[in-house]
Design a protein around this ligand. Structure first.
Ligand code: SF4
Length: 207
């Protein structure tokens, strides 16, 4: 078996809500280059962790689910942070699973390489590109996310564009502008997600 050092912070064995219309397992990849103020997965942000799951045990689990699950979703964190993601996807795809990806589009060049291997992408577009830096804490993050959006649309891979709405960060006026800009870019499937404010990285946003 091909060895990989994919860092995995969690696994959901079965879900109906993470890949539209498919019964899927979700692999939560460890690490994210951004620090979104509303992030509620702060344990997945460091590139390594104490309770990582061995890739070999994930493969063993998936072997037992062949024919029972339709798909495997790579989520995070930001899965495209890890250079071994492509090899991991190839391995899971060869087992007969459809492949879903949840991404915030932080690495457009890596996403471009992955797109031919993907069946569905849930891409977070958090704000207008010019409004990203104050949200993610990382300069230039908006340009990367919107470049990923363009690549995804051009690829023809099925997708859902998701925007998390925290009322203090995304006013109705900004949301309207965002929706217009997404339509101009060619987006046909834009969904809003209510922010989970039970705990946010920026505790001033926690309800
Ligand atoms: S991109 Fe996602 S995982 Fe990364 S900090 Fe933002 S909300 Fe959290």
């Amino acid at each position: 078996m091909q060895q990989t050092t994919l860092q995995i912070g969690g696994l959901t064995p079965m879900t109906t809500i993470d890949y539209p219309g498919e019964l899927a397992a979700v692999i939560f990849c460890q690490g994210c280059p951004w620090s979104c103020r509303y992030c509620h997965n702060s344990h997945l942000l460091p590139r390594s962790g104490d309770d990582l799951i061995e890739w070999a045990s994930v493969i063993d689990f998936l072997k037992q689910r062949q024919g029972l699950l339709d798909a495997v979703v790579f989520s995070g964190g930001e899965p495209t942070l890890q250079r071994n993601l492509k090899a991991a996807i190839q391995q899971v795809r060869a087992m007969g699973f459809k492949i879903g990806l949840h991404s915030a589009g932080a690495y457009p060049e890596r996403l471009a390489e992955l797109l031919p291997l993907l069946d569905w992408v849930g891409l977070d577009i958090k704000a207008l590109p010019e409004d990203y830096d104050t949200l993610t804490g990382v300069s230039g993050s908006g340009k990367k996310a919107w470049k990923s959006l363009q690549l995804l649309i051009a690829s023809g891979v099925a997708y859902e564009i998701r925007t998390t709405v925290h009322p203090e960060l995304l006013t109705p006026a900004l949301l309207k502008q965002l929706d217009s800009r997404l339509q101009e870019t060619g987006v046909v499937n834009h969904q809003l997600q209510k922010c989970n404010t039970s705990h946010c990285l920026d505790t001033t946003l926690t309800a």
